[in-house]
Ligand binder design. Structure first.
Ligand code: ATP
Ligand code: MG
Length: 459
């Protein structure tokens, strides 16, 4: 189409009409106004973590595939079928890296902590937020790119830190106004206790081999504990009658469990013992827990975690105990929505109405001064380069913007070194909205009169 006088600029660039592109299946755009809920949640989390002395860690999204194979365990849903892995381009020696987009963040945190020797002077409390990637079947509450917020305490062996993390999560639900959750706990004991349980569990499943589905039969000898985690209702009876881990725990493991639940009880956190709770990842011991809700259908787990005292050593670090959890941001936000949220999001304080383009240099200067003083201001901008639009259409936009005030930079006001401030929401005086004149020479002196609800990050 080159040479065609009527072609649009885009058509001049490409000879065929561009096909419309879409996002990858199971991966969502987070758009305004919904993105404000994400910022609100993240703001709450940041402040809460700070108050609990957890500090932020940010690790890369891409890691060596081996990190997750070793960290999560070969015989898990994630490693068997959910990872986005690829071979990187060859370097100059012809060597390829096998890389994976992180499906979870604990393995990465452990790698980073080990690589940078973060535990050299004692335990560390860390938190993260960010996207994770799993190639699952997309459905409500289950996506291929989803987001987790996680907290990890590394280098502490006592159950008081398990309790601290659970209390932290419970405090977050309170901050977010969530009431519809319950806490389920189990103890996976220590490896030797688990080995004894495992032998009996395998014997039990072998006796009832005809009740097992194909996946369970495949896992019977590689990872029988994971069979307890099945979502297949047909296996209900065989699972219910299986030997229970708690019956295989020794004195120390039981003491760990009891001292944890004593702290939870003292803090008024209700919990139930769920014998079938084993978690999808292989690396846990002692405490495992999930916060569950009935309001999100099948995807009811909003937060899950546990102790992983052997993972750091297994990943090549110096042996150190650890415990942590991760919550699913999409599910938490969905639950907030389910409960009928009453979140008050920050509104726009002011909308600048600009009759003449010639005023723009002065207007922009005044707006920057207002913004520096903490006011949120939207500048009117026209769709065409020549015309800013009529006063009528600018006022309509000011109204629709949700702003509390219109700032009118008319020629008369500017000639007096002023801007007219008109209330768009408040009481009308004699049928007209209240309007005042304010000096541009001293914006800071009256900026506070425009400031409304505090922005999330300043909270
Ligand atoms: P599930 O049994 O629901 O698959 P999981 O055991 O695989 O969960 P974890 O690896 O423990 O989940 O992740 C912690 C939390 O992250 C989950 O409780 C959930 O809230 C969230 N989560 C996990 N996978 C997804 C996903 N594909 N989409 C959205 N959220 C997810
Ligand atoms: Mg899963």
């Amino acid at each position: 189409m080159v040479g065609n006088m009527t072609a649009s600029p885009a058509e001049k660039l490409s000879p065929v009409k561009a096909e419309r592109l879409t996002a990858v299946k199971g991966m969502n755009d987070i758009l305004p106004p919904d993105s404000a809920r994400w910022e609100w949640l993240e703001g709450k989390v940041r402040h809460l973590m700070q108050r609990h002395a957890y500090r932020n860690i940010r690790t890369p999204i891409l890691e060596h595939t081996q990190l997750f194979v070793r960290g999560i365990g070969e015989v898990t849903d994630i490693v068997e079928k959910e990872m986005y892995s690829f071979e990187d381009r060859a370097d100059k020696h012809g060597d390829h890296d096998h890389l994976t987009m992180r499906p979870e963040n604990t393995a990465s945190v452990v790698r980073a902590v080990t690589e940078h020797n973060l535990l050299y002077d004692g335990g560390k409390r860390l938190y993260y937020m960010g996207p994770m990637f799993r190639r699952e079947r997309p459905q409500r509450g289950r996506y291929r790119q989803f987001h987790q917020i996680g907290a990890e305490a590394l280098g502490f062996a006592g159950s008081e830190v398990d309790a601290e993390l659970i209390l932290l999560a419970a405090a977050l639900w309170t901050e977010l106004g969530l009431t519809d959750w319950r806490l389920e706990i189990n103890s996976l004991g220590q490896p030797d206790e688990r080995a004894r349980h495992r032998a009996q569990l395998v014997a039990h499943f072998e006796q009832h081999a005809d009740s097992l589905d194909e996946e369970a039969r495949r896992r019977l000898h590689s990872n029988p504990l994971r069979i307890l985690d099945t979502k297949n209702p047909a296996m209900e009876a065989v699972i219910e009658s299986a030997p229970r881990l708690i019956d295989f725990l020794g004195t120390d493991s039981l003491a760990h469990f009891d001292s944890l639940t004593a702290i939870l009880d003292a803090n008024g956190i209700p919990w139930t013992l769920n014998h079938r709770l084993v978690r999808g990842l292989d690396y846990y011991n002692l405490t495992v827990f999930e916060f569950v809700t009935d309001r999100l259908g099948a995807q009811g787990t909003i937060c899950a975690g546990g102790r992983y005292d052997y993972l750091i050593e297994q990943m090549g670090g110096k042996a150190a105990p650890a415990v942590g959890w991760a919550l699913g941001v999409e599910r938490v936000l969905e639950l907030i929505r389910e409960q009928g949220d009453s979140i008050s999001f920050p509104t726009l304080n002011a909308y600048a109405v600009i009759p003449q383009r010639s005023a723009l240099p002065m207007v922009t200067k005044a707006l920057q001064a207002l913004r520096a003083a903490g006011v949120s201001v939207q500048m009117h901008a026209g769709a065409s380069a020549e015309d800013l639009g009529s006063m009528k259409s600018q006022f309509r936009k000011a109204d629709n913007s949700g702003a509390e005030f219109a700032l009118i930079f008319g020629a008369t006001e500017l000639a007096q070194g002023c801007v007219a401030v008109k209330s768009l929401r408040g009481e009308k005086a004699g049928g007209r909205q209240v309007q005042t004149l304010q000096p541009l020479s001293d914006v800071a002196a009256w900026a506070h009169t425009l400031r409304g609800p505090v922005l999330p990050d300043a909270a």
